[in-house]
Design a protein around this ligand. Structure first.
Ligand SMILES: *Cc1c(COP(=O)(O)O)cnc(C)c1O
Length: 443
């Protein structure tokens, strides 16, 4: 067990988007929990994802202490491997999964099935079957068809707990592609159209299912508390309607994840203390107004747990002066970081491992893939003497990087190296050409 107490707040502003164990020295030194990033690059190669175990655990604890009566479920789709599942389990969190693959990894790491919540707008019959067979604690109903399908899978004498995912019709989230709280997108059941009410009635009519509560998820990279308060009120009102219509009081209220983080110096993520206070108050006030007992809150942070804990290390391969821009090309790119290509996301980049000479210059860091959109960071400052062989680090890549990585151009996915109190260790090895060829059964 790592001895830690407080939130990852120490010099947070000065540290910007870098994880809590990061230290930058005056001569270009850069360490994570005392381990030089240069050594990690030498031992494990580049590109490499580096994950700060202490930071992940601190974030789990910060959530548990900010919301001591709530259930905190880490959203595995942000990043999952067996070690991550184990840290999250040890820190007392539950786990959200949204595929058979995530479920398999979690179970293989010994994550208790009862603490797993299974999401998905199109869970396959096979995924539902596995989830029921493995004893997954709650399954989130996200379409009408899966209600009967799921009920038929529950063995006689057992009952499966479910949540019904509804659409509160609230716009929030950093980019259109990650907004899921509005009407007319593929997630959740519309309250306005009557689909949510129909799903609730159908679940209640299935003796094999137990309706534990309602769920919503507004989107991702949300930095304001207000949308969560609004969603809480909308869902509590629906819970009151369910009591009126069906005479049942639902014990759980799951407000999803989407809690934003800082990717750059000067940016602020969602304020956890403020979220905790205002969300709890919104639920309690609305419940009191409606004469409803306050349900147990569930929140599902993904990015806010693993994102700031990760960085990516790259080796500079070439520096090219084009007509108006300087391109610093590295040995990774959109295959390990698709977020710039998908959402235009900005990143903070730092030269590590040597003392730069001279001033700074504005460059664009690109990858080695055959696509002009293969950009990691546009118009960012790097030392003017940046040259091939240099090592650079990109901040806040612990969420939605490895989990969204591809093997485009048949580039293997980078390894994941954890740094903790015992030093650096490999969690997931690099994907080699042999791994890619093992799937290719042709000829
Ligand atoms: C993606 C997702 C989350 C986590 O989102 P973050 O932005 O990583 O916090 C939580 N719940 C559900 C249902 C999701 O789809």
């Amino acid at each position: 067990m790592i001895a830690m107490t407080a939130m990852p707040s120490v010099a947070e502003a000065a540290r910007g988007p870098w994880s809590s164990s990061t230290w930058f020295g005056p001569g270009g030194e850069a360490t994570l929990a005392g381990v030089p990033l240069v050594r990690i690059a030498q031992e494990f190669g580049t590109p490499a994802y580096v994950l700060d175990e202490t930071d992940v655990r601190l974030r789990c604890r910060a959530y548990r202490s900010a919301l001591p009566r709530a259930e905190i479920a880490y959203a595995a789709k942000a990043f999952l491997c067996r070690a991550m599942a184990d840290w999250v389990r040890a820190e007392g969190l539950s786990l959200d999964v949204c595929s058979g693959g995530e479920l398999a990894v979690a179970l293989s790491a010994g994550f208790p099935a009862g603490r797993i919540i299974f999401h998905g707008n199109a869970k396959t019959p096979r995924e539902l079957q596995t989830a029921v067979a493995e004893g997954v604690g709650r399954i989130v109903i996200d379409n009408i068809a899966e209600i009967g399908r799921l009920a038929a899978l529950v063995p006689l004498g057992r009952r499966q707990k479910v949540l019904v995912r509804v659409v509160p019709d609230i716009a929030a989230g950093a980019h259109a592609a990650v907004r899921t709280g509005r009407e007319d997108q593929q997630f959740g059941l519309s309250i306005a159209s009557g689909a949510a009410g129909e799903a609730v009635a159908r679940v209640l009519a299935q003796p094999a299912l137990v309706l534990a509560g309602l769920h919503c998820h507004l989107g991702s990279q949300i930095t304001a508390v207000e949308p969560y308060e609004d969603a809480a009120r909308v869902l509590v009102e629906q819970m009151a309607r369910i009591r009126e219509t069906h005479g049942v009081v639902l014990p759980e209220l799951d407000l999803g994840g989407g809690h934003g983080i800082a990717y750059l110096h000067g940016e602020r993520g969602l304020d956890l203390a403020s979220l905790a206070a205002r969300l709890t108050a919104a639920v309690e006030d609305r419940c009191a107004g409606l004469g409803l007992p306050a349900p147990r809150l569930i929140v599902e942070p993904g990015r806010a747990i693993s994102g700031p804990a990760g960085l990516t290390l790259y080796r500079v391969i070439s520096v090219k002066k084009a007509l108006n821009h300087t391109y610093v090309a590295v040995d990774g790119g959109m295959s390990d970081n698709p977020r710039h290509a998908l959402y235009g996301s900005p990143y903070e980049v730092r030269l590590v491992g040597r003392r730069p000479q001279g001033g700074m210059r504005t460059v664009t860091v690109v990858g080695h893939h055959c696509e002009t959109g293969d950009t990691i960071a546009e118009n960012v400052p790097l030392p003017a003497d940046v040259h091939p062989g240099d090592l650079i680090a990109v901040a806040a890549t612990g969420a939605y990087h490895h989990s969204m990585a591809s093997s485009y151009n048949l580039t293997g996915r980078p390894p994941i190296v954890a740094v903790g109190p015992e030093g650096a260790r490999l969690l997931v090895r690099r994907e080699e050409a042999g791994d890619l060829m093992r799937r290719d059964v042709g000829l």
